[in-house]
Design a protein around this ligand. Structure first.
Ligand code: HEC
Length: 303
C-alpha cells in the first residue's frame, strides 16, 4: 500500500514537470512591446519607392540572417531560427511592434536603433509589408522634422511655487500653441531624474502648470537642473533643459566635488595616490633588483 502511494506521488510530480516544460516550449515566445510603442505608426508612406529603399537596407543588414522574405531561406543554424518576415506570424505584428523589435532587438536579433535612422527603419517595414496584400497602412501625423520648430519656455512663480511650461511651434504661418501634448517635468538629482508630479496635457494655449515641491535642495544658488519632455501627435518628441532658481540653496559639496575613491584621478584621495605610487615604485625596485641579481649570476657563470 505504502509503495503504491509513493509511486503515485512520483508519477504525478513527473507529469506536472513534463507538462510545465511542454507548455513553455510549445508556444514560441512572442514580443512584449509597451502599449504606446505598439500603437506607433510610420510618418513615411509605404509605397513602391520606400519599399525599394527598404529592400536595399534589408539586403545590407538583415538578409544574412532572415533570408529572402517569402522564400523560407533564413539561417537555420541560429537559435531561435530568424523568422521569415513575410510569414503570417510576423505580419500579425503592428507597425509599432516591428519598429520596436528592429530598434531594440532581443538576444540574437540585433538592436538597430543606433545603426539605422528612424527613416531607414520605417522604410524596412515598408519593404516587410510589401509582401502582404491584406495590409493597410495607418499613417502617423507626426513629422520628426517638425520637432525643431518647437520652442519651450519655463516660468517659475516663487509665490505659489508653480512652474509654467509654455510650448509653441514657430510655423511659417505664425506661432502655433501645442495643444493636448503630453508634458513631463523632471529635476536632475545625483542619480537619475526625479519626476515632478505626473505627466500632464497642455491646454489650448499650449500651457501646463506643475506644482513644484517647496523643499527640493538646489545648488549653492538654489539652481535646479530641470528637463521637460513633450510628446505631441504632430510635432513628436521634444526635450528641453534649463536651470531655474527653484530649489533651496544648499552648500553641501556635490558627490564629485570632494576627493573620494569614486572620483576621477585628479580628485582621488591623497592616501590612495600615495599608496598606489609607492606600490608602483616598490614593484619597480623589486624587478630591478631581480634583473641585477640575474646579471650577477650570469657573470659568475661566465667566470
Ligand atoms: C544576427 C542575425 C540577425 C540579423 C542580422 C537580423 N535579425 Fe531579425 N531576428 C533574428 C532572430 C534570431 C530573431 C528571432 C528572435 C527571437 O524570437 O527572440 C529575429 C526576429 C526578428 C523579427 C521578429 C519576427 C517575429 O515574427 O517574431 C523581426 C521583425 C526582425 N527580426 C527584423 C529584422 C530586420 C528588419 C533586420 C535587419 C535590419 C534583422 N531582423 C536583422 C536574427 C537576426
Amino acid at each position: 500500500m505504502f509503495k503504491k502511494y509513493n509511486y503515485l506521488k512520483f508519477s504525478i510530480s513527473f507529469l506536472l514537470i513534463a507538462l510545465f516544460f511542454l507548455n513553455t516550449n510549445a508556444q514560441k515566445q512572442r514580443w512584449d512591446v509597451p502599449a504606446d510603442k505598439k500603437a506607433k505608426n510610420s510618418y513615411i508612406k509605404f509605397d513602391n519607392a520606400s519599399s525599394k529603399d527598404g529592400e536595399a537596407i534589408y539586403t545590407k543588414n538583415c538578409l544574412s540572417c532572415h533570408g529572402n522574405p517569402g522564400k523560407g531561406n533564413s539561417m537555420k543554424t541560429l537559435k531561435p531560427i530568424p523568422p521569415d518576415l513575410y510569414s503570417s506570424l510576423t505580419q500579425e505584428l503592428t507597425d509599432g511592434e516591428l519598429f520596436y523589435i528592429i530598434s531594440v532587438g532581443r538576444l540574437v536579433m540585433p538592436a538597430f536603433k543606433d545603426i539605422l535612422s528612424e527613416e531607414d527603419r520605417w522604410k524596412l517595414i515598408s519593404y516587410v509589408r510589401s509582401g502582404n496584400k491584406k495590409y493597410v497602412q495607418v499613417l502617423s501625423k507626426t513629422d520628426p522634422n517638425k520637432s525643431k520648430l518647437v520652442k519651450i519656455k519655463l516660468d517659475f512663480d516663487s509665490l505659489t511655487n508653480k512652474i509654467k511650461v509654455i510650448a509653441n511651434a514657430a510655423e511659417k504661418t505664425g506661432i502655433i500653441p501645442l495643444k493636448d501634448a503630453e508634458v513631463s517635468l523632471f529635476a536632475k538629482r545625483y542619480f537619475g531624474k526625479l519626476q515632478i508630479e505626473k505627466t500632464i496635457r497642455t491646454n489650448s494655449e499650449g500651457i501646463v502648470i506643475f506644482n513644484f515641491p517647496k523643499d527640493l535642495p538646489g545648488d549653492k544658488a538654489g539652481l535646479v537642473d530641470l528637463s521637460v519632455k513633450i510628446n505631441d501627435e504632430v510635432y513628436g518628441e521634444i526635450e528641453f533643459q534649463n536651470k531655474l532658481k527653484v530649489g533651496i540653496p544648499t552648500d553641501k559639496p556635490s558627490l564629485t566635488e570632494k576627493r573620494a575613491i569614486w572620483n576621477v584621478l585628479k580628485k582621488a584621495p591623497i592616501w590612495l595616490i600615495i599608496t598606489y605610487t609607492s606600490l608602483v615604485f616598490l614593484v619597480g625596485f623589486v624587478l630591478l633588483f631581480i634583473v641585477k641579481n640575474l646579471m650577477k649570476l650570469r657573470k659568475l657563470g661566465n667566470n
